[in-house]
Design a protein around this ligand. Structure first.
Ligand code: SAH
Ligand code: SF4
Ligand code: F3S
Length: 553
């Protein structure tokens, strides 16, 4: 069938979409770029904030109109929203034909087949009914059988059960490694090292939607990196909700066909605030007698065993549990990017406690100090939530101060959004008004812009290596380097301030190893840099989110 797939949410979802695509293509389905040409529309959804869900609901509404107008389409809601809302979505939106949670994506082809059969059966029944002039019973028959795959609470029942049922590993293992796909993706690829999350930050739906933390066997990960590199990947980003928390204990998991299987991570109790010091010490020191592969070991293995990956990165780091062993491997490994995305979420100890983040501001700062000592050039990015319940002006000021102290290169800033199923929505009334949330959001963006500009200015005059993502023709304000950049959906977007008369210039857009966005000019008689290549760029200008310069080689 012809499938149109739209992805919302985080990098995990982008990777899921890629895996779903290669699975469906291997079974004979094809993908189209426009909904008009599609027989199946799949929405890979995100639940992390209400706004993310609204986008998906509006798409569901549009497809519903088309179906009511007589178009024959299958609509599938997959991903975190399917898992969070469950079959309630089918009740509220009869136009939805199938639901598939993120832990069940290996079952998607069967769900599509079943949904297609169910629709055919409904049509045949409708024809028979109208021929026999029977009262219509259309539309409301129990068609959910075989069209719904959700994990529910299953992945949290027991560690071994969850590991045994982790069929998802087969989806990662079946990934296609086509040089043409990697070229189209700019020679950049994601590789999952863990799924799920065990942290239970009180505001967050992810532990519910993605299930328990499961660690993939290191051999599978290294093999996937090698195949991606062989197919042309230059940049590989390792993914996990708390990526530095990776730890694989050999000989402890079930084996599938003699191979090691994915393995459930330590339970929540290991990370409760009271146990944090002991758990962290044990985690850092590797005080487990069985042979283990820690995150540091995994990084070292990939760096050594797949040297053709010129850029090895990882997302997202959890500020606690970030051991010096990882910093040491980074120091010793030139192809590991000096870039950390380590969300702090708040600069107030009281709010961090309510969030169940498991660290205090002083611990976050101690972690940043260790990073700065080991890797003076490292660029640090993060996330903050403003307007968490009970957040006062003083709490908020502490957050502003943390941004100034850490000198983040950029931050994603979110207004607190109460999410059904989380601890926070039950325990803490959403008592910060939307107006205050908006104000704090804007203030924090302004603080970050000042800090970001000063971080970027430090790079002026230096020559950096830039991983090229694309080329753009820019009409720049005459003589000004006032471009501003942002990243969303893994892509760089640029906007220029000021009058738009003047110079039209072709520029290469890319990122430094520290993830700073660079727009670089190059001589017009020179072959333009190609996406996926790495070039040296001399930096001459800086803005809050952008460096500008010229390609030197
Ligand atoms: N695992 C990552 C974050 C994944 S979710 C980590 O812990 O760092 C991405 C970001 O969304 C979070 O860092 C947080 O800042 C934001 N977020 C999550 N739940 C939210 C909510 N209910 N309201 C507002 N922002 C939220
Ligand atoms: Fe959510 Fe916290 Fe897990 Fe990140 S660490 S995914 S914020 S529960
Ligand atoms: Fe959204 Fe699920 Fe990612 S809720 S942020 S798509 S893990």
């Amino acid at each position: 069938m012809r499938v149109y797939l739209e992805t919302f949410g985080c990098q995990m979802n982008e990777l899921d979409s890629e895996l779903v695509r290669s699975h469906l293509v291997s079974l004979g389905h094809s993908f189209v770029d426009a909904t008009d040409a599609a027989e199946v529309i799949l929405l890979n959804t995100c639940s992390v904030r209400e706004q993310a869900e609204q986008k998906a609901y509006s798409r569901i509404g549009i497809v519903g109109q088309r179906k009511r107008a007589g178009e024959q389409l299958l609509l599938g809601v997959i991903g975190c929203m399917a898992e969070r809302d469950g079959i309630d979505i089918l009740r509220r939106f009869p136009q939805v034909d199938l639901l598939c949670g993120p832990s069940e994506l290996d079952k998607l082809p069967a769900l599509i087949d079943n949904a297609a059969k169910a629709v055919q059966a409904t049509r045949a029944a409708a024809r028979a009914e109208s021929a026999a002039v029977l009262p219509s019973r259309r539309g409301n028959r129990a068609l959910s059988d075989g069209r719904v795959a959700l994990a529910g609470n299953r992945t949290r029942r027991t560690a071994t059960l969850a590991a045994a049922e982790d069929d998802l590993e087969s989806l990662d293992l079946a990934r296609a490694f086509q040089p043409a796909d990697l070229l189209a993706a700019g020679r950049s690829a994601y590789v999952r090292i863990t799924r799920g999350c065990n942290k239970f930050c009180t505001y967050c739906v992810v532990p519910n939607t993605r299930g328990a933390e499961v660690h993939r066997p290191p051999d599978h990960i290294v093999e996937e990196c090698r195949k991606l590199a062989d197919a042309g990947a230059v940049e590989v980003t390792l993914l996990g909700q708390t990526v530095n928390h990776y730890r694989y204990v050999h000989g402890a998991a079930l084996t599938v066909n003699g191979r090691e299987a994915a393995q459930v991570g330590p339970g929540l109790s290991a990370f409760r605030a009271t146990a944090s010091a002991a758990a962290t010490t044990q985690h850092r020191a590797g005080a487990i007698t069985r042979r283990t592969t820690s995150f540091a070991d995994l990084l070292r293995r990939i760096h050594e065993e797949v040297p053709s990956i010129a850029r090895l990165r990882f997302l997202t780091s959890y500020p606690r549990d970030f051991g010096n062993d990882v910093l040491q491997v980074m120091q010793e490994s030139p192809r590991i990017c000096r870039y950390l995305h380590a969300p702090a979420q708040s600069g107030s100890d009281r709010i961090l406690k309510l969030m169940n983040r498991g660290y205090e501001v002083s611990e976050y700062l101690e972690f940043i100090e260790r990073v700065r000592d080991a890797l003076p050039d490292a660029c640090i990015a993060g996330d903050f939530i403003v307007g968490f319940p009970t957040e006062t002006d003083d709490d908020f000021e502490a957050t502003c101060q943390l941004i100034r102290t850490v000198r983040f290169k950029n931050n994603f800033i979110f207004k607190y959004s109460p999410r059904p199923g989380t601890v926070a929505i039950d325990r803490f009334p959403d008592d910060v008004s939307d107006e205050v949330k908006r104000m704090r959001n804007n203030t924090l963006l302004a603080v970050q812009a000042m800090v970001g500009a000063s971080v970027h200015r430090e790079w002026v005059g230096r020559t950096v290596e830039v991983f090229i993502e694309g080329l753009r023709d820019w009409t720049t304000p005459a003589g000004a380097d006032r471009g501003n950049g942002s990243v969303s959906g893994g892509k760089v977007h640029l906007a220029w301030e000021g009058p738009r008369q003047a110079v039209c210039q072709r520029q290469a857009i890319g990122r430094t190893g520290g993830d700073l966005i660079v727009a670089a000019s190059f001589p017009s008689d020179q072959t333009p840099p190609v996406p996926g290549s790495i070039h040296k760029v001399r930096i001459s200008g800086a803005a809050p989110l952008l460096l500008t310069g010229s390609v030197v080689s």
